[in-house]
Design a protein around this ligand. Structure first.
Ligand SMILES: Cc1ncc(COP(=O)(O)O)c(C=O)c1O
Length: 376
C-alpha cells in the first residue's frame, strides 16, 4: 500500500509538544488520571485494581462494548467493535468497505484519513467541498449530483472538523433518505458527538438511523481521554463488522487492557465527563466571542454549532497584507509560541486556519494572538 503523508499529523509531530499554547488542538483538555479514577464505581474500581495485563478480547471488553452501545438507540453490544483510536477504525473500515472500482463521496476540507485511506484502498474519491459562503453547510443536492453507479460509501464527519458545522435535522434527514433510496452505505464520523452546544441539535447517529449505517466514536474528543487511544465502530451490518474485525488482526489485534478499563470508567461517568467538556468549551467560546467581536481586522468566522474546533478566516489587512495562513502561523508561533493550523495542512492553502478551543490555556493563547496582531 502506498499512501500520502498525513499532513496535519506531520505538522503536529513537529509542533505539538514544542509550543507554549496549542490553539489548534481538536481534543479536549486531557482528564487527569487521579480525577478519572475517582469517578470509578465499585465494579470498575475492582476491574482496575485486579487488572491482568494480558491480551484482551479482540472485539473489545464486553462491559466496554455494552457501555458504548448505550450511547445509541438501537445498537447492541455485539454491534460494537473497539479499536485503538478512531484513526485505526477509519483505516480498517475504509480498507474493508472500498476497493478498486468503487467510488466514495467524502466531506472536505476534513480529517485527511477519511479520504486518503479510501484512495489508498483503490477507490475513486469525490470530495464534497463545504463552502464558508454557505455557512459550511452540507449540500445534499450536490452530493446527489456526485453519485455514480459505483458509489459505495458516503463519508460525513458531523459535528465537523475543522468548521464546527452540524447539519440541521432536516439536512440530515435528507442525507439519510438519499443513502436509503440509493442503497449507499453511510459512514458517519461522529467523534465530536455529544458536544452540541444545544442538545436539541444532536443528530440521530448513523448506526441508529440506517440498518447499514456506520458510526465512528472515540474517547479523545467529547470524553477528553485522547491518551487512552480507544475508539469504536458501531454498525448493525454484521458482515461488514466481521470483515473489519478480521482486518484488525493485521493492525493491533486487540485493545490495550488498561485503556479499556479507564474508558469504561469514563463512559459510565459520562454525565460528569461531558459536563466538564461543555464547561471548558463554553468558557472558551465566551473568550472567543469577545475576540471575534473586537478584532474583525484579524479573524472572522462562522461560529461553530458543536465540537471543539472552528475554521476562521484571517483578514490579513495592514501589516499582514500579502501574507497567507502559512506565513501567519509560522510568524505567530515564532513570536508567541502559539500554534494555529494553516488550511494548507488540510489541503486548502489560503487564509483559513483551524482554531481549537478545548484546552484550558485558550485565554493565554488568545492574549498571545492579540499581542502578535498589535505588533507594529
Ligand atoms: C474528524 C476526526 N475523525 C477521527 C479522528 C481520529 O481520532 P483519534 O486521533 O482519537 O484516533 C479525529 C482526530 O482529530 C478527527 O478530528
Amino acid at each position: 500500500m502506498r499512501i500520502a503523508d498525513f499532513e496535519l499529523e506531520r505538522y503536529f509531530a513537529r509542533w505539538e509538544f514544542a509550543v507554549r499554547h496549542l490553539l489548534c488542538a481538536s481534543d479536549l483538555e486531557g482528564y487527569p488520571m487521579t480525577e478519572l479514577l475517582a469517578l470509578a464505581d465499585a465494579e470498575t474500581r475492582g476491574l482496575w485494581h485486579d487488572l491482568r495485563l494480558g491480551y484482551t478480547e479482540s472485539s473489545g471488553h464486553p462491559l466496554l462494548r455494552a457501555e458504548i452501545a448505550a450511547l445509541y438507540e438501537t445498537v447492541a453490544p455485539d454491534d460494537v467493535l473497539v479499536f485503538s483510536g478512531a484513526e485505526e477504525a477509519i483505516f480498517c473500515l475504509l480498507n474493508v468497505a472500498l476497493g478498486p472500482g468503487d467510488h466514495a463521496i467524502v466531506t472536505w476540507p476534513g480529517y485527511q484519513s477519511l479520504h486518503e485511506v479510501a484512495r489508498a484502498a483503490g477507490a475513486e474519491v469525490s470530495l464534497h467541498e463545504l463552502h464558508q459562503s454557505d455557512g459550511w453547510a452540507l449540500d445534499v443536492d450536490r452530493i446527489r449530483a456526485a453519485l455514480r453507479p459505483s458509489t459505495r460509501l458516503i463519508v460525513v464527519n458531523a459535528p465537523h472538523n475543522p468548521t464546527g458545522m452540524l447539519p440541521t435535522h432536516a439536512e440530515w434527514r435528507e442525507l439519510l433518505e438519499l443513502c436509503a433510496g440509493a442503497g449507499i452505505q453511510l459512514f458517519a464520523d461522529e467523534v465530536y458527538r455529544f458536544l452540541e452546544y444545544d442538545e436539541a441539535d444532536r443528530l440521530r447517529a448513523g448506526a441508529d438511523a440506517l440498518p447499514t449505517g456506520i458510526s465512528l466514536g472515540v474517547m479523545s474528543k467529547s470524553f477528553a481521554l485522547a491518551g487512552l487511544r480507544i475508539g469504536w465502530l458501531a454498525t448493525r451490518d454484521r458482515d461488514l463488522r466481521e470483515r473489519c474485525a478480521a482486518f484488525k488482526d493485521y493492525t493491533t489485534i486487540c485493545p490495550s487492557a488498561p485503556a479499556e478499563i479507564l474508558s469504561l470508567i469514563g463512559l459510565r461517568a459520562r454525565a460528569a465527563v461531558l459536563r466538564r467538556s461543555h464547561g471548558i468549551i463554553a468558557a472558551n467560546l465566551a473568550v472567543l466571542d469577545r475576540f471575534f467581536a473586537e478584532r474583525p481586522d484579524v479573524l472572522t468566522w462562522v461560529r461553530p454549532r458543536a465540537g471543539s474546533v472552528g475554521y476562521p478566516e484571517l483578514t490579513l489587512g495592514g501589516r499582514f497584507a500579502g501574507w497567507d495562513a502559512d506565513r501567519f502561523a509560522a510568524e505567530l508561533v515564532a513570536a508567541e509560541g502559539v500554534l494555529l493550523l494553516p488550511g494548507s495542512r488540510l489541503g486548502q492553502p489560503g487564509n483559513h486556519v483551524r482554531l481549537g478551543f478545548g484546552r484550558v490555556d485558550l485565554p493565554e493563547a488568545i492574549d498571545g494572538l492579540r499581542r502578535f496582531a498589535d505588533l507594529r
